[in-house]
Every structure is written in C-alpha cells, then in structure tokens.
Ligand binder design. Structure first.
Ligand code: GLN
Length: 202
C-alpha cells in the first residue's frame, strides 16, 4: 500500500511522519503522474485558496477530481474545504467530493487557534481525541451521504462518506495516530475490494 500526500503547500511533512509511524509507504505528490502510484491521498492543511491556485497551475485539478471519484482521500482543515461541495463565505472552487457545506475561518480572530476534545463515534478506542484547530472551518451542513464520525460539542468536525474522510482539525499535530489509522483502514478496505473484483468474486 502506498499513500500520497499532496505536497504543494502546508504541513504535509507531519502527515508523512504519521503514516511512516504506521509503517505505510508514502509519496509526496507534486505532479499528476505521481497519483498513479497512490492507493489513497491526503490533502493537508494550509490555505485553501492557495491550494486551488497551485492545483490548477500544476495541472493537478482534474486528475485530483477523478482520483477522488475512484480512491480514498483524507482532507484536513484546508484539505476539507477543498473537498467540500459548498463554501458559504469567500469564493473558492472545490472538488465537491463530500457533501458538506463549510464556512472558512469560522471561529473569528480571538479564537484563531485552539485545542478542544473531539468525541469519536468510530474505532474501538473512544477516548476523546485532542483536536488542534487552526483558523479552522466549520461544517454547517452535512448531506445525507455524509456520516459524522467526530464532534466537538454539538458540532461535526470529522466526517466521511465511505471514500472521503475529512477533519476540520489537524490530527497530524498530535501523537495520537487513531485518525490516520482509520484512513489507512479505509485504503486497506478499498484495496481488498479491488482485489476481490479482479478475482471475479464480485
Ligand atoms: N484558514 C485556512 C483556509 O481557509 C485553513 C487553515 C488550515 O488549514 N489550518 O483555507
């Protein structure tokens, strides 16, 4: 299994370190051809408008769109914004890979960064996850194809539609590997499904 990390901007190195700790091979993706080597992909935090600009400039936009249709993708913070179907404030094009509506920089200036407990509804270990929120977006609407996997109070902060996983916080900034491990399991499940299909059992 090999998981790519989009390395155009942002904190991709921390994601790489987390995946290495889980013994997963990684590739830092900067060009469209590199996507062919990836069974899954992480879109890190950063600045979503800059991301979109760089994705277009490197001609990664269309390949990324079709990658999201075919394979597991995990977006954190700006990565979540880029994956969403709708952003209510500030114009930013998105890949529309998971049905959520988000607001960018939703916590205002006083609370640009903070740490808060995230309650998980997945995994065997349900202890609260330390969520690091940095100029974080808020999920305002969750579509019917989207499942909430983590909340901060009443608010959804970790969501999935089975193929796409998205967090408004930064799990790569803590030592807790539970969320990366969840994504690795999604990629493993996808690979197993593909192998079964190739064997003609499905
Ligand atoms: N505020 C950034 C944006 O709107 C996201 C911040 C982050 O990724 N930490 O794109």
């Amino acid at each position: 299994m090999r998981i790519g990390i989009l390395a155009l901007q942002g904190d991709f190195e921390r994601h790489e370190a987390a995946l290495r700790r889980l013994d997963v091979d990684t590739v830092l993706v900067r060009k469209p051809a590199q996507l062919q080597d990836c069974d899954g992909l992480i879109l890190p935090g950063g600045e979503s408008t800059t991301f979109v600009h760089l994705m277009r400039e490197t001609e990664l936009w269309e390949p990324l769109k079709s990658f999201c249709d075919r394979r597991p993708v995990f977006g954190t913070c700006a990565g979540l914004i880029v994956l969403a179907t709708e952003v209510v404030n500030q114009r930013v094009d998105t890949l529309g890979a998971i049905d959520i509506t988000v607001r960018r920089n939703a916590y205002g200036r006083q609370r640009e960064s903070f740490v808060a407990d995230v309650e998980l509804t997945v995994g065997q270990d349900r202890r609260p996850f330390e969520g690091v929120f940095i100029r974080a977006p808020r999920i305002l609407r969750v579509g019917s194809s989207t499942t909430v996997l983590g909340t901060r109070g009443e608010e959804p902060v970790l969501v999935s539609n089975g193929q796409i996983l998205a967090a408004t916080f930064h799990p790569e900034l803590t030592d807790d590997l539970r969320i990366h491990s969840l994504f690795v399991d999604m990629v493993r499940g996808w690979l197993a499904g593909r192998d079964r299909a190739a064997l003609g059992k499905e």
